[in-house]
Design a protein around this ligand. Sequence first.
Ligand code: SF4
Length: 266
Amino acid sequence: MKICEIQCKTVLIKSKLPESDYCINPYVGCMHSCAYCYARFMRRFTNHPEKWGEFVDIKINAAEVLKKQLTHKPKRGVILLGSVTDAYQPPERKYGITRDILKILLRYDFPISILTKSDLVIRDVDLLRQFSACEVGFTITTLDEKVARSFEPHAPSLDKRLKALKVVHEAGIKTYAFVGPILPGFTDLHTIFSALQDKVDFIMAESLNAKCGNWENLKEILERDFPSSLLFFQSRLNKEYWAKVESEVRQLSEEFGLSLKNFYKH
Ligand code: SF4
């Protein structure tokens, strides 16, 4: 794993994603190395010869840059922490860039939304609970640890994620689960929704976008670890299948009393 410290010029950027007005990414690259990662296009903006998932650039001056950007009084809006990286991936334990960013955002009390796979977010509960508007989401693609090790090789275990969701929720912070991308034949929605009860305020779900340069990675993993599932998986990547999945998601949300905020279909 190649880890480099870099200087950034801006850190608060306008978001093109729904549900957020700005994004902050304290790192470039992500050690979690998920096979379905939609952020791998970010590699183009680096000089790294390493593959996506094999390098992380630490924006060492991110807090200072943010402080300066906020003196220009940007319009108030929701800031998503971690749109093309995980703000709580392993180097955060040592560098604390995300924590420093939170300390600055707290002074301005911007609404924030965090999406992570790491239980390290628990460390920052003391800061998060001071925001007037804060939500913390965990990505849950499967609850099968063996499947997760194949598709999200270096992300924290699902057991840790569920426990962290509970801790953050019980600390009085709004929590959500991002159920996605849904992997045909691997994402057991019933089991996931059942495990989320009493841990989240709402959920979001997402179909798999196999068109955005990820299919080769997914295929490689399916061939290596789950060869008998490859045909099934591939044959489900169509509109009819996702329409069925969406209706299952809606029905299970009702059954388990989970508020479904959005189902993203690609
Ligand atoms: S945690 Fe998110 S950003 Fe990191 S590799 Fe996985 S999908 Fe990509």
